[in-house]
Design a protein around this ligand. Structure first.
Ligand code: MN
Ligand code: MN
Length: 301
């Protein structure tokens, strides 16, 4: 089961201007074949389906625990998309519907962001296609699943690098810098698991593509804090045997790999304001805000 914390894994800067086409590109990293929904659901189903949990506990713990971190990644990428869709790209966000306040939105890359989701993220890719269950690979064979996960992390990194090259928007790049580092941890963790099982030095292939995270200012900042050496244990008492795999010197020679007992400190979640023209949360939100206010008055009575 899961416990939820109402924070993001890092605090995201709010962009100075909305960038809806950057939001469309970032969608690939959420709901594309190599997006965070895919890493999440691949590791989640592999953990659900795992046979021999007790005898193979370090591997079970590793896959289960990384799955939980990925839950926080879909949350972070969604937050980045929502911020990119939030700025004042239309100064008519509160205009009368008769004046077509959404006219500019019809010419944007992904009209689903606006028509179906009210200026918000969707469970699909950069072309608006829905995320699919058949992106999940859960073969039941441990080495094959770990090999797939190593491939998936590196495929995800390749696509993140391409999206980084598409936008300089700070809300996108902060998220990307952090996920370059976390994806690096996951790729190395799966490499180490495969090395233990097979003797093949998978980690020598990294990074794929061959450009270090430290090349990017937003990732360098997190690596300077040692985030690339830390595997967070997202549980109160369980999954401790990840330390059987996640130990030893970091490949960059910067120190020892370490398991952190608990989640990262995290950052606060943005509270995006209402958009009357999107009817989100409604056309005249003051009325439902007032109703919500009554809940507090009733509770204090
Ligand atoms: Mn991820
Ligand atoms: Mn990952």
């Amino acid at each position: 089961m899961f416990i939820r914390i109402d924070k993001l894994q890092i605090e995201l800067p709010q962009p100075k201007a909305a960038d809806p086409n950057a939001a469309a590109s970032v969608q690939e990293l959420l709901g594309g074949r190599f997006g965070e929904m895919s890493t999440l659901m691949n590791y989640m189903y592999q953990s659900f389906n795992f046979r021999g949990k007790t005898k193979l506990k370090p591997y079970y713990d590793l896959i289960s625990n990384i799955a939980t971190e990925e839950l926080g990644h879909i949350e972070l990428v969604s937050a980045s998309i929502n911020s990119l869709l939030n700025g004042p790209f239309s100064d008519r966000r509160n205009a009368d519907p008769n004046d077509a306040p959404y006219e500019a939105e019809k010419d944007l890359r992904n009209t689903h962001h606006f028509i179906t989701n009210g200026n918000a993220s969707l469970a699909g890719n950069s072309m608006g296609q829905p995320w699919r269950g058949d992106y999940v690979f859960s073969s039941g064979n441990l080495i094959l699943d770990l090999l797939h996960n190593f491939f998936l992390e590196n495929g995800a990194r390749t696509q993140k690098l391409r999206v980084y090259e598409m936008t300089k928007n700070e809300a996108a790049r902060e998220m990307l810098g952090y996920l370059f580092v976390r994806g690096g941890v996951h790729a190395l963790a799966y490499a180490k698991a495969l090395e233990e099982l097979t003797g093949v030095k998978m980690s020598q292939m990294l990074p794929i593509p061959k450009i270090d995270n430290t090349h990017f200012a937003e990732a360098l900042k997190f690596e300077a804090k040692g985030y690339h050496r830390k595997l967070y244990r997202f549980s109160q008492d369980d999954y401790r045997d990840i330390a059987k795999i996640w130990h030893g010197p970091a490949p960059d020679g910067s120190g020892e790999l370490e398991v952190v007992d608990g989640p990262p400190e995290g950052g606060k979640m943005a509270d995006l304001e209402d958009i009357a023209s999107a009817f989100a949360p409604d056309y005249r939100p003051e009325e439902i805000f007032e109703m919500a206010q009554k809940l507090y008055q009733q509770a204090s009575r």
